[in-house]
Design a protein around this ligand. Sequence first.
Ligand code: C5P
Ligand code: MG
Length: 192
Amino acid sequence: MINIILFGPPGSGKGTQAAKLVDRYQLVHISTGDLFRYEIGNKTPLGLEAKSYIDKGELVPDSVTIGMLNNKVEAHPEAKGFIFDGFPRTIPQAQALDTLLEEKDSPVAALLALQVDDAEIVERIKLRGKSSGRPDDNDEATIRNRIFVYKNETTPVFDYYNEQHKSHSINGVGGVEDIFERLCELIDAATK
Ligand code: C5P
Ligand code: MG
């Protein structure tokens, strides 16, 4: 199995790149943000709970997110590997992921962090908001809180995997194809 964490602030292009990586490497894409939005759309109890955090740009509690992620991984016993997009967002989530993958004898191969500066992120998310219909993309205070939460709660995950010599930073500004090639080079090096 090849397990890749696609990392980076909101609006850094994780979803766009994940879709392309899935095609090239035949992996299963798990976006915890998309899973929450699916639950919200279906007005499930999980969705209603998640919405109260997401609309403010806060993180959903670890226990909820980890449970949902575990279920999704277990639903794909045939997978050749996973692209984790938007997960893990905290150290407890990273520890839970490592425990889950240890049971499968298939650890995280690499964490790839897309680097995009704050001003560009805010512009990208506002633009996306026009078509995404996401409340959290359409309010500047919420967007700024998501960036704040990323810096405070999520960037320690980069250091966590850096201690395992698995973290890599990639310039996330430029053409989609150029960024994709940068990611593929790192994945090929990490998995050969
Ligand atoms: O990954 P994405 O940016 O789509 O996530 C949207 C929102 O979902 C986040 O701002 C956060 O509120 C919530 N989320 C979370 N924990 C995760 C992934 C997403 O709380 N691991
Ligand atoms: Mg996304």
